[in-house]
Design a protein around this ligand. Structure first.
Ligand code: ZN
Length: 286
């Protein structure tokens, strides 16, 4: 996909140039033993052929792992030929089902982080919930269909899990701000989400994904709640993961299906990783 000023920001334009340069210089190189975790959100139908191109590129350059292989990766027992890659999708939007169709065709299994409060909001309130709690600013040239603002249902999630995909918790209402949150509210957001998913889908929820900016939504008490209730914590902090590293501090790279191809390369490259080191240390020190 090429740069389009109607849907892409100047920052994506700059990243698309830097990403192409990095690719030309051979900068998109990874070691086996590393794990790149990608973090997508909305996957509108009109961009799905572009998503397909991204997935094909990734499938050619990485060993894509399934969510149920995470324990083996972190134990160091998962053998891959290339760097591992895991697909994750935040917020559980219904338009992710288009992405699922593409991934099913390539036998790729992904991890979907869902928000029970969004799923269970009355149908007439779901779009309002999305715009209030999840994403207040939306570009109508990117998201314009009902399914771009509404969640997958429990039945759709049940079917995904039956097909080898996995579901994780993304708080109960997507409103957690650590500095403003009481002990009870944090408990409800972090553990209540897991309890509800387990109750409805009758499965064990081992993965939690913090919302917005991990450094704002997770403080010391939330970090402890996550550690005592989940096996894996996926954060918003960018970086690569290595075997035998902290499974409660999984770094991810954000990428979206509508991005120009160069910006996609930039997102999976290494050139901007250095600028996150201070934030990564801040989280580690919490
Ligand atoms: Zn989210």
């Amino acid at each position: 996909m090429v740069f389009n000023p109607q849907i892409h920001s100047f920052s994506l334009f700059a990243k698309s140039i830097l990403g192409r340069m990095e690719k030309m210089r051979g900068g998109l190189k990874y070691e086996k033993g590393e794990l790149l975790v990608l973090n997508y959100h909305s996957t509108p139908k009109k961009f799905i052929t572009h998503f397909q191109e991204q997935v094909k590129f990734l499938a050619a350059h990485f060993d894509i792992i399934r969510p149920d292989q995470l324990p083996d990766f972190f134990n160091g027992t998962l053998k891959t030929e290339k760097c591992g890659l895991l697909f994750t999708f935040d917020d559980g939007l219904k338009n992710n089902l288009h992405a699922v169709e593409i991934m099913n065709g390539l036998n790729i299994k992904a991890l979907f982080f869902v928000i029970p409060g969004f799923i269970e909001a009355p149908t007439t309130e779901q779009k309002k919930f999305y715009l209030r709690n999840i994403r207040p600013v939306v570009n109508p040239r990117i998201d314009d269909k009902e399914e771009d603002f509404t969640p997958m249902s429990w039945d759709e999630l049940r079917l995904l899990c039956a097909n080898g995909h996995a579901v994780g918790a993304h708080t109960l209402t997507h409103t957690l701000v650590a500095a403003d949150s009481s002990d009870e509210n944090s408990r409800i957001e972090v553990i209540g989400s897991k309890e509800r998913i387990e109750q409805v889908l009758s499965l064990k929820t081992v993965s939690f994904c913090s919302i917005n900016d991990t450094l704002q939504s997770v403080g010391k008490k939330e970090k402890e709640l996550i550690a005592s209730n989940y096996s894996f914590h996926f954060t918003t902090l960018p970086g690569l993961n290595k075997k035998n590293t902290d499974r409660l501090f999984i770094k991810r790279r954000n990428v979206e299906c509508y991005w120009p191809t160069g910006a996609f390369y930039y997102a999976i490259g290494r050139s901007d990783l250095g600028r996150w080191e201070e934030k990564i240390k801040m989280y580690g020190d919490l």
